[in-house]
Design a protein around this ligand. Structure first.
Ligand SMILES: Nc1ncnc2c1ncn2[C@@H]1O[C@H](COP(=O)(O)OP(=O)(O)OP(=O)(O)O)[C@@H](O)[C@H]1O
Ligand SMILES: [Mg+2]
Length: 246
């Protein structure tokens, strides 16, 4: 069953068509890989689905809600969470405070005490307990990426949109992050993963959707999609698949 159905989603920035009539669906409980060359519209799709940007046209049906017509806090309350390609914590707060705030303003509203408990749970889940009382500016990139995950998870999402959580990490950190993505999925959360490491996306995803210049050029079984000549050509036009290494 589809959890989210996007129909003809479009977004322009001046003369740039960042999304040019994107229609796709996200099935309940799947891991959907969203790939494409630089500038193909992956982050823009996440940005319009999470309400950060207003789409120019189209719809994104999530249950009986159209996400394209909701404010970010309503989208979070409906159960859709996202991470940012560049982590965006509240710089003046500790790690624990960052997660607590997400919990309080996420899917369900709770007291400060409940928020502390929930924050502890998600900090343990992401392995950040030892850093719980540190200011966020003392975190490594890997810890910041896990904090992004903890903050998103604290909103109690049904659907989690991950924008390049592996970018900039070393091979050991990438392995740990892949394990974390699997653990999140095991909790019954549907995932969309935007990722440049195509070998990782292919092995993690149930299905893959490929964007090129704001349009879906292929969708379906990961291995078949990555062998599709149109996909190979799109990557060769920009950057060859796996150019950023394993
Ligand atoms: N806020 C913005 N203002 C102007 N143009 C934008 C903005 N956000 C995205 N764009 C443009 O829209 C297009 C799609 O960008 P987007 O960030 O969605 O690509 P992407 O697939 O996420 O790329 P990358 O793999 O490099 O992260 C690009 O041409 C980009 O320059
Ligand atoms: Mg991006």
């Amino acid at each position: 069953m589809s959890l989210l159905v996007c129909k003809s989603v479009s977004k322009r920035f001046g003369g740039i068509r960042a999304l040019n009539g994107v229609s796709t669906s996200i099935e309940e409980h799947e891991i959907l890989g969203l790939v494409g060359p630089n500038g193909s519209g992956k982050s823009t799709l996440i940005n319009v689905l999470s309400g950060l940007y207003t789409a120019d046209d189209g719809e994104a049906q999530f249950g009986d809600l159209d996400l394209l017509r909701l404010a970010p806090e309503k989208i979070a309350a409906a159960g859709v969470a996202r991470t940012f390609q560049i982590p965006r914590p509240f710089d003046t707060m500790t790690v624990r405070e960052n997660v607590s705030v997400s919990y309080m303003f996420g899917h369900r509203r709770h007291s400060l005490e409940a928020a502390r408990d929930a924050a502890s749970e998600w900090l343990a889940f992401t392995g950040l307990e030892a850093a719980a009382d540190s200011p966020v500016d003392q975190l490594t990139l890997h810890q910041l990426k896990f904090l992004e995950l903890a903050r998103a998870l604290a909103t109690d999402p049904t659907l989690l949109l991950l924008d390049e959580v592996l970018a900039g990490l070393n091979p050991t950190e990438i392995e740990q992050s892949i394990e974390m993505i699997r653990k999140i999925h095991e909790r019954g959360i549907t995932l969309v993963i935007v990722e440049h490491l195509l070998r990782v996306v292919t092995s993690l995803s149930d299905r893959i959707v490929v964007l090129d210049q704001g349009s879906v050029i292929a969708a379906g079984d990961p291995t078949e999609v990555m062998a599709d000549p149109a996909v190979v050509a799109a990557y060769l036009g920009g950057r060859a698949p796996d150019a950023r290494g394993a």
